[in-house]
Ligand binder design. Structure first.
Ligand SMILES: [Zn+2]
Length: 601
């Protein structure tokens, strides 16, 4: 790289950042002992194994092995290069970055993605300008005003308007130097089959930019003005950059607020998110399709403990609520349901009933998932007839059986027995049969999990030697003076490749005059797997006050290891060799080693 940020500047930024502040913007952290813990953002989990040390300015996950300092966290989480991570974090400090003459994006982002970002950025600005300040946008402006959109909302959500033309956007982008093919590849325009010329995909539509996690526009949703046109909503096609299943609408804007509240509201579409935002619900996001994916659920789980589902109150909306609730629960989220009166979607409700009622009667008066399931299961049934009543009770019992807590199960059994004057004993009996069936499958799964865990832990068992090398590197990372002693006593005698590499790098780090500083040392590790290993070891709590004797036991262990290995191999050879002279020479070598080992004791 020809263009670099000076090392001192990077060091200055690193030392003025607090890793706990940086990571707290992405992960909910709780103080535990000396460290902070939270749910790992790099793998799905329900119990926290992600640990952040403020003293050492490092993080490490005991579940998946992720680890590093503030820069590597942002690199890994946001998918940034090192320089981009530095640029992202610098504004949080008082350090000013030197102007880089070459924009970093050029070398770090592939050309294709750069065209994508540039094209979408230009298109979003153009559409927004047309909507807010051009005569062509008048009709759309009036339409939005009638629907209660304010200027603030239109600006906050960068809403725009695409004029009724086949070439408005394509001409504009071509003039700005974008190629037809690139624009078509990223879904901004289509290509005519007859002559391959670009044409506008979105015509006479209200345009809603869709952002990625970093807040870059990567796609559009377009809604018709004319109620007779079809389709009502048109989205950019899915592609490498725009993957609906990995995105939530307005996630980048809502994230800080949802983290603060430890709660998010999930809506079906962007109009709902925007209307609710105006009503003061600024921690809402939208799914960009009806069925939520596991990765969308994980995005929410990393930021909040609870999700309020607020979908349309029609049959399709309720079905989506049910399905998505299960996906969210599986990701470890608590789920509640905001109830809209029959026939409403959130946007209709806010326009007709007002923002206050939406907040108080819908969002704040949310119901438990079981209450929602009960009302959904009653739909279309006439529970005063015996057949429907039995069917309803059976379906409810199945849902009750899924509840993890006995107290909860009892509560709903009691409710069911009161509602239909059935004895609770009968219901409990039915329930226990259902649960026995479920238990069997759960036990099978648990058994499988234990088996795979045993294999994994066997892999993690280090033999005595590896443990010794590992421990010495851990000490070296956390103490310059111990490192210097180790260099004197052991030097390059580490046997295992990764520890050998770390030892060499640590010797030179301290040799250059640096003091103990694991986070700064990590900066120099280009190999991500070495960096993770170093972070893991540096995070370990070790006693740095160990006695000379303890330290020397480790040294001896490391020094004698090659001899012990040789001894083992010679014994195997002795069993196999028949030739008498050869046997004698092997035996002599064995004796010599044994003597050497004895002396060393
Ligand atoms: Zn992890």
């Amino acid at each position: 790289m020809s263009e670099r940020i000076p090392e001192e500047t990077i060091e200055e930024i690193r030392s003025s950042l607090d890793i706990v502040d940086v990571i707290s913007e992405y992960v909910q952290l709780k103080k535990q002992g000396r460290n902070f813990i939270g749910l790992c953002p790099f793998h799905g989990e329900k119990t926290p194994s992600f640990s952040v040390s403020q003293d050492k300015q490092l993080y490490h996950c005991f579940g998946c092995g992720a680890g590093g300092n503030a820069f590597s966290f942002v690199m890994e989480y946001d998918g940034l290069s090192f320089i981009e991570a530095v640029q992202k974090l610098a504004p949080k400090t008082n350090v000013t970055l030197p102007e880089l003459s070459i924009p970093v994006n050029k070398s770090e982002v592939s050309d294709e993605w750069k065209h994508w970002y540039d094209g979408h950025d230009l298109a979003a600005k153009l559409y927004h300008h047309i909507l807010t300040s051009s005569p062509e946008g008048k009709k759309a402006r009036e339409y939005l005003r009638k629907r209660g959109f304010t200027k603030t909302m239109i600006d906050e959500f960068q809403i725009g308007y695409s004029p009724d033309s086949w070439s408005f956007l394509s001409d504009f982008l071509l003039k700005r130097g974008l190629k037809a093919e690139d624009m078509a590849n990223c879904g901004l325009v289509g290509l005519r089959e007859s002559d391959g010329k670009p044409f506008d995909r979105f015509r006479d539509r209200i345009m809603f930019p869709i952002w990625d996690k970093q807040g870059k526009v990567i796609a559009f949703g377009g809604r018709i003005l004319d109620p007779d046109s079809e389709p009502k909503y048109l989205n950019s096609p899915d592609s490498e950059v725009f993957n609906k299943g990995n995105l939530l609408y307005y996630f980048h804007g809502a994230r800080p607020k949802m983290k603060k509240k430890n709660e998010a509201v999930l809506f079906e579409g962007y109009i709902d998110v925007i209307s609710a935002h105006r009503a003061g619900i600024d921690y809402g996001v939208g799914a960009l399709g009806t069925a939520l994916t596991e990765s969308q659920a994980k995005m929410l789980r990393r930021n909040v403990d609870r999700v309020i589902l607020c979908y349309d109150s029609d049959n399709a909306g309720m079905q989506a609520t049910w399905k998505n609730a299960e996906i969210l629960q599986k990701a470890g989220l608590e789920v509640v349901v905001a109830n809209l009166p029959e026939g409403y979607d959130p946007d209709d409700y806010i326009r007709e009933q007002g923002a206050d009622r939406f907040v108080h009667d819908v969002i704040n008066r949310h119901q438990t998932l079981m209450a929602f399931k009960s009302s959904f299961l009653k739909r279309g049934k006439n529970v005063s007839t015996e057949a429907d009543r039995l069917l309803y009770m059976e379906q409810m019992l199945k849902e009750i059986a899924k509840l993890p807590k006995a107290l909860e199960r009892d509560f709903y059994i009691k409710q069911l027995s009161d509602d239909f004057s059935v004895s609770p004993e009968v219901l409990k009996h039915e329930l226990s049969e259902l649960m026995a069936k479920k238990e069997k499958t759960v036990r099978k799964e648990a058994y499988k999990e234990i088996q795979s865990r045993t294999v994994a832990s066997a892999k993690k068992m280090f033999d005595a030697h590896e443990a010794a090398e590992r421990h010495l590197i851990t000490l070296m990372l956390q103490s310059r003076s111990i490192a210097e002693e180790i260099e004197k006593e052991i030097g390059a005698n580490f046997q295992l490749e990764e520890y050998q590499a770390l030892a060499a790098l640590l010797y030179s780090f301290y040799g250059e005059g640096y003091d103990t500083n694991p986070s700064s040392f990590l900066e120099r590790l280009e190999d991500p797997s070495l960096r993770k290993l170093a972070a893991e070891l540096a995070m370990k709590q070790v006693n740095l006050d160990l006695s000379e004797q303890e330290l020397h036991d480790y040294f001896k262990h490391i020094r004698l290891y090659p001899l012990k290995q040789e001894l083992k191999e010679l014994r195997v050879q002795l069993d196999q060799v028949k030739e008498i002279d050869e046997r004698m020479s092997i035996a002599n070598r064995i004796l010599a080693i044994q003597l050497q080992l004895k002396k060393a004791k």
